[in-house]
Design a protein around this ligand. Structure first.
Ligand code: ADP
Ligand code: MG
Length: 269
């Protein structure tokens, strides 16, 4: 556990890619844990009704657990419902429950429907001591994801090292530019993480090269390997870092967390 550099102001990062199964939740959970184990104060906001990030961080999210739904729809404060994760002392989670599935529809007719999360996060940061807020999104570009894009200042895109990796990313970039123009001037793509990299295949290397050409500044040096340990960890309610520290997956996510922390500290210096 090395101490990671603290950003000069809280970094609010949305982990987005409307494609499902590319490693959004896995990256959110493991980067959050990596940052927190480096001594930084991290809040994960789970915006996916499936609640996979809540599960993987060892936090309850059955129907009666208050969390993101209450914050978005009922004006509850984040501090009221964020709970500590057993993964790290400085890590907390705002849990998502299945109720959030209905929120997507309920938000349509509510006032200031795109800016609700932004306001809640801003209010939270007035008093809470937080270095990183990570937002885990569902695999769609609906109002939940839109709320996250409006609340954040940075976007982290996980890209799976597979065929058609960049397909969908251009659609996401269009959405980001729309949101930037209309609702959130501060938003920028800061980070691209290559996930499920398989060093034995040429395909993985080709995709990685292509992504690096496309996003030379944003793509992190460390790629996340495809690893059984990574996929097993959530069923134990753990990050791969806690589940199997000596694995290649844990090592990669710790390196990625460090890269993110160092880049952020440099930028703000
Ligand atoms: P998303 O949130 O984008 O839908 P997930 O993070 O849930 O994607 O990942 C999709 C599936 O792939 C999950 O079952 C997860 O455990 C698995 N997975 C994610 N990253 C890896 C990896 N590096 N190696 C192996 N399996 C992975
Ligand atoms: Mg997910």
């Amino acid at each position: 556990e090395t101490a990671l550099p603290r950003p000069s102001e809280p970094r609010i990062i949305v982990v987005a890619n409307q494609k499902g199964g590319v490693g959004k939740t896995t990256s959110t959970v493991n980067i959050a844990t990596g940052l927190a184990l480096g001594g930084l104060r991290v809040l994960v906001i789970d915006l996916d009704p499936q609640g996979n990030a809540s599960t993987a961080l060892g936090v309850e999210h059955h129907e009666d657990v208050p969390g993101t739904y209450e914050v978005l729809l009922e004006g509850a404060s984040i501090a009221d419902h964020a709970v500590a994760s057993p993964e790290a002392e400085t890590l907390s989670v705002l849990p998502a429950t299945i109720n959030l599935a209905g929120a997507e529809v309920q938000l349509v007719s509510s006032v200031a429907r795109e800016t609700r999360l932004r306001k809640a996060v801003a209010k939270h940061l007035e008093t809470a001591e937080v270095d990183y807020v990570l937002l885990d999104c569902p695999p769609s570009l609906g109002l939940l994801t839109l709320n996250a894009l409006v609340a954040a200042r940075e976007i982290l895109i996980p890209i799976q090292c597979e065929y058609y990796a960049l397909e969908g990313v251009s659609q996401l970039m269009n959405t980001i530019n729309l949101v930037k123009g209309e609702l959130n001037d501060d938003l920028r793509l800061s980070t691209v993480v290559l996930t499920m990299f398989d060093a034995r295949t040429r395909l993985s290397s080709q995709v990685a090269d292509e992504v690096r050409q496309h996003f030379p500044e944003q793509t992190l040096d460390t790629a996340i390997p495809r690893s059984v340990r990574i996929s097993e960890a959530p069923s134990y309610g753990q990050s791969v870092i806690t589940y199997h520290l000596a694995s290649a997956g844990a090592e990669a996510y710790l390196k990625v967390s460090e890269e993110i922390a160092r880049r952020g500290a440099k930028e703000n210096a």
